[in-house]
Design a binder for this molecule. Sequence first.
Ligand code: PTJ
Length: 269
Amino acid sequence: MTEESERARRSECESEFESEPTTEIDVPESHPRYQSLLTRHRIEHGVEAGITSKQGLIAQGRGEAFDYLLGEETIPSADAAERAAAAQLLLADHPVLSVNGNVAALVPDELAELADAVDAALEVNLFNRTEARMEAIADHLRAHGAEDVKGLTADARIPGLEHERGKVDADGIYEADVVLVPLEDGDRAEALGEMDKAEIVIDLNPASRSPRVASIPIVDNVIRAVPNITAHARELADADSRTLERIVDEFDADEALEAAEERIRSGEF
Ligand code: PTJ
């Protein structure tokens, strides 16, 4: 298949993806596996539309296993982390929400809402970067209401990462003081942490390197975490900076990781 016909096929899938409500699956909401089936549907569709990588399917499977063990719910320590994340984003001078192929497929509307609630930019930043996927994701986010989508300029580098994976926008992730990185790979999470940014990571595996290097690790499914950070941000919108700083300071990353691991080890099947 030529690059042109591949683009045409993807654009056909993409417009179908946009016209179809992302919640549409042929299963009633009362079905006990509704959320999980909906998530699979969105990821599968993301791959067809050229947004999600095939590796994204595998990553989703790994995440699902941890979610199952967590009870497929936002545990109290994750809720506290989501509140601290909201406070940290509201305190930021230059917050950026990093978007990869999995989160673009799973929570495009919710990311646009969070960006709006905390006045952040979205930046497409891919592990497996190709120009076609970068453009498809940026278009997809705009179609779902995102206004400020960065990542295509790629005029700066994250120090210590090889060429493609280290590409960022100079006025985006490079400059940011607070970055939200959902489902990040460990190397990049570590490299971003070394740039002295406050890093908020969403990852269902508490033993993954990314949440372990984050200042605020959120062990929760991105489909629950992102809207819950937005809900906290809206609730905290009028709080003064002292209150927000207290919420961030009182959050203990190690305790949150331990609580998630404890839930996974002691959870019921
Ligand atoms: O779109 P790209 O090219 O940037 O690639 C994105 C993926 C996710 C494929 C890439 O970053 C990757 O390979 O990630 P990993 O190393 O497999 O890590 C993904 C982590 O996310 C794992 O620890 C999973 O448990 C976790 N995860 C998967 N699905 C979810 C999740 N965490 C929260 N919510 C999910 N829905």
